[in-house]
Design a protein around this ligand. Structure first.
Ligand SMILES: C[S@@+](CC[C@H](N)C(=O)[O-])C[C@H]1O[C@@H](n2cnc3c(N)ncnc32)[C@H](O)[C@@H]1O
Length: 229
């Protein structure tokens, strides 16, 4: 199994429904806060189930959701098919979007599942689709120095605030034996040193800055806001 197959299958990375709901709610609120104006066109790339996408859609003119996993795409279409401010994109439709038509392109918690080469292709795709005044937000980037303890501490803090600490502790034990853990061990997650990712942004013609906060609950991970040069 690889990461693509993992995300297309059934997995239990959320310890319970409350975790899942609070996760998507937090992500949507954080993305919404980045939108510069009500007439913005926004892509959420690698959006996952995007359960609270309506919160984002209310803050912009059009929200495009894209995830490469066919089963995720199908569920997104069922969930948001009737929302006239949300469009679920296929890979072909994303490629075919009018160049320089987007204000915001967000990829949250995605690039750790991509090779460096795939991330570079993503940088080029986003640059082609963004307006010259647009911005690319790459968030939840795992720093080279990250460790299991940082992720665990962040999850337990989120669980304590969200009232699901006991389930999170049980969930953590289950994670040890999960497919996710196995893949993390076998294939790994792509990590970046801050200087290296900044070099990549510059090589693909962006001026990027690390933000002081990250999207989502894990503030030990990094977020970058990059603007086309
Ligand atoms: C950890 S989830 C993040 C979902 C969502 N962005 C969030 O923050 O909750 C990673 C998502 O990235 C998607 N993904 C992985 N590789 C991708 C790729 N090459 N292109 C688009 N989506 C991808 C997976 O299908 C999965 O839904």
């Amino acid at each position: 199994m690889n990461w693509r197959e993992f995300w297309n299958g059934t997995h239990s990375i959320y310890v319970n429904e409350r975790h899942r709901t609070l996760h998507y709610d937090r992500i949507a609120k954080d993305i919404a806060a980045l939108i510069p104006s009500a007439d913005a066109c926004v892509v959420d790339y690698g959006c996952g189930e995007a359960e609270s996408a309506e919160l984002v859609a209310r803050r912009c003119a059009m929200l495009y959701l894209y995830d490469s996993a066919p089963n995720v795409q199908a569920r997104l279409r069922l969930r948001f098919g009737r929302n006239d401010r949300i469009v679920v994109l296929s890979t072909e439709a994303l490629e075919a979007m009018t160049d320089h038509s987007l204000d915001v392109f967000v990829a949250n918690s995605v690039i750790q599942y991509l090779t460096h080469k795939e991330f570079e292709a993503l940088l080029d795709l986003a640059r082609r689709k963004l307006k010259t005044t647009g911005m690319l937000v790459v968030a939840d980037v795992i720093p080279e120095t990250a460790n299991f303890i940082d992720d665990t501490r962040a999850l337990l803090g989120f669980a304590t605030r969200g009232g699901f600490l006991l389930t999170a502790l049980t969930g953590l034990a289950a994670t040890m034996f999960s497919e996710y853990r196995k893949l993390r061990h076998e294939i790994g997650l792509t990590r970046y040193a801050e200087e290296d990712i900044e070099t990549l942004f510059a090589a693909h013609l962006y001026r990027a800055e690390r933000s002081s906060t990250n999207i989502g609950h894990n503030q030990s991970r990094m977020m970058f806001v990059a603007r086309p040069l």
